[in-house]
Every structure is written in structure tokens, then in C-alpha cells.
Design a protein around this ligand. Structure first.
Ligand code: AMP
Length: 267
């Protein structure tokens, strides 16, 4: 009998592996809130475009298995590529509009890939709860919409961004940074902090906030802006005035590595 049929609750944490504290915080929540904690580890090829970092994406399965065991994860699901995408696979899930903004604008097709694999994982694992980090804010918006639109019987739970001591959001990709790049990468969180301070002090022009962030990033030689956004956290559409809730988000290439970060502000 399946765990679900026997009345046990299942929590799922979808990941691409190379675990850090961000992943572990999701696993701990899944562990404590459910009878069965499932973690999936799959570097999903269809969410990468040609020329992106699929081949360079950091991997260390043995270390990940150890960390999952330490946290008493019940099932670590590590499918083969062909298990998820057999040769004849040709379906994509498109969460329209929400997928095209922010990261979707510079990575066309990315969120189709994400929505498709997460839908498959929901079908395979049939979780009661699924856990996602707010570091990937847009992903949480896209997945919530998809789960609602497609009547998935799963509660989407989001947890705060876990950061390094100097503020850099933890990411598997941080391991790709050289020492100089690692130091330059601080500009993401620092520019968000400056933006938050300005908003707290009364700045309401979204353009001024975008400019402040751009100016801080521009001081780093190793950093190149992909986008800087001030948007509605519900629609992800750019706003001109910061009022109520706003999502301040950015993507920056540090060397060849693309990093993202965001902060939710309330006025
Ligand atoms: P990834 O393996 O990068 O695809 O991430 C798997 C899950 O961990 C996603 O829900 C991410 O949002 C989440 N995650 C990644 N980095 C962090 C972080 N620094 N803090 C919290 N959650 C994170």
C-alpha cells in the first residue's frame, strides 16, 4: 500500500542537489511537518537553454546522500534523465504571463521546464505538502499558480532565503565563483539592502530604486546586470510606484555565474 493510501502525510522538497543550508532548511520543515519526507534530486535539463550552465552545474551525489541521511529524509529520489523524459516525451506546462517576466525574460522556456518537472514530481510523489525557497521567488509564484490551475491537491509552503554570513544568498552556483567573484557577489544583497533603506526612508519611485541598485552593481568590475526589477509580488508586473507590497529582485552575472536575489518590501 502507498504511504498516502495508508493515511501518512508526505512532504516533498524538489531540488537539483549540491545541498546547502537553504536546501536543508526545506528538508527540516518537510521532516517535521510530515510522516514521510521525500527529497528529489534531479538536474532538470529542460529548464536550461543551450549555452547555459547545465554541464557546469555542481554535483556531488555522495555528499548529498550523507546530508539527506543526517536529516533523516525517508526517500531521496534521484531519477535518471530518461526516467523523467523518455525519448518520445513532448509535453510542456506553460504558466502564461508569470513565466515570461523577470528570469523568464532572460531565460525563455525556463519556467516551462520548471513547471513541467514539478508537475511530474507531484504526480509521482503525490505529496500533501511541497516546500520551496523564497530565494527563487518567481518559481514559487509560478508553481503556486500551476498547482491551483491544474487542481493539484498539494499545499505549497515557502521558506525564507538562507544566507551566508556576509548576506550572499546560498546557492549551489556559489561554488562556481572564484575568490574575487565571491567577494564581488556581495553586491547583490548590498544593493537590495540599500533599496530597502531608501524605501523605508520614503522613496516611492520604482525607477529611482532600480537606479540605486544598478549604481551599486556597476561599481563591481566582475558583475554584469541581467535585470533589476521592482514588481508586484502577485502579478510580477513592473510597477512605477512602490506602495503596499513590492518585490525587489535582480539577476547578476558574476563572471560566468548567474546569481539571483530578492527582497519583499511593504510600505
Ligand atoms: P535548487 O536545488 O537550487 O533548484 O533549489 C531547490 C530548492 O531550494 C528551491 O525551492 C530553492 O528555492 C530552494 N533554495 C535554494 N537556495 C535557497 C536559499 N538560499 N534559501 C532558501 N531556499 C533555497
Amino acid at each position: 500500500m502507498s504511504h498516502r493510501a495508508s493515511g501518512k502525510t508526505i512532504g516533498l522538497v524538489p531540488t537539483m542537489g549540491y545541498f546547502h543550508e537553504g536546501h536543508l532548511s526545506l528538508m527540516r520543515a518537510a521532516r517535521s511537518e510530515n510522516d514521510i519526507a521525500v527529497v528529489s534530486l534531479f538536474v532538470n535539463p529542460i529548464q536550461f537553454r543551450p549555452g547555459e550552465d547545465l554541464d557546469r552545474y555542481p554535483r556531488d551525489l555522495n555528499r548529498d546522500v550523507e546530508l539527506a541521511l543526517d536529516l533523516e529524509v525517508d526517500i531521496l529520489f534521484v531519477p535518471e534523465g530518461t526516467e523523467i523524459y523518455p525519448k518520445e516525451f513532448c509535453t510542456r506546462i506553460s504558466v502564461q504571463g508569470l513565466s515570461d517576466r523577470l528570469c523568464g525574460e532572460s531565460r525563455p522556456g525556463h519556467f516551462q521546464g520548471v513547471a513541467t518537472v514539478v508537475a511530474k514530481l507531484f504526480h509521482i510523489v503525490q505529496p500533501h505538502r511541497a516546500y520551496f525557497g523564497l530565494k527563487d521567488f518567481q518559481q514559487t509564484v509560478v508553481i503556486r499558480r500551476m498547482a491551483q490551475d491544474l487542481n493539484f491537491d498539494v499545499k505549497i509552503i515557502t521558506l525564507p532565503t538562507v544566507r551566508e554570513k556576509d548576506g550572499l544568498a546560498m546557492s549551489s552556483r556559489n561554488s562556481c565563483l572564484s575568490a574575487d567573484e565571491r567577494s564581488a557577489a556581495r553586491c547583490l544583497k548590498e544593493s537590495l539592502d540599500i533599496a530597502v533603506l531608501q524605501i523605508r526612508e520614503g522613496e516611492r519611485s520604482a525607477d529611482s530604486i532600480r537606479t540605486i541598485i544598478r549604481e551599486r552593481i556597476a561599481r563591481e568590475k566582475l558583475a554584469r546586470i541581467d535585470y533589476v526589477s521592482v514588481s508586484s509580488p502577485k502579478s510580477l508586473q513592473e510597477v512605477s510606484v512602490v506602495e503596499g507590497e513590492a518585490l525587489v529582485a535582480l539577476a547578476v552575472f558574476v563572471g560566468r555565474t548567474r546569481l539571483i536575489d530578492n527582497v519583499l518590501v511593504r510600505t
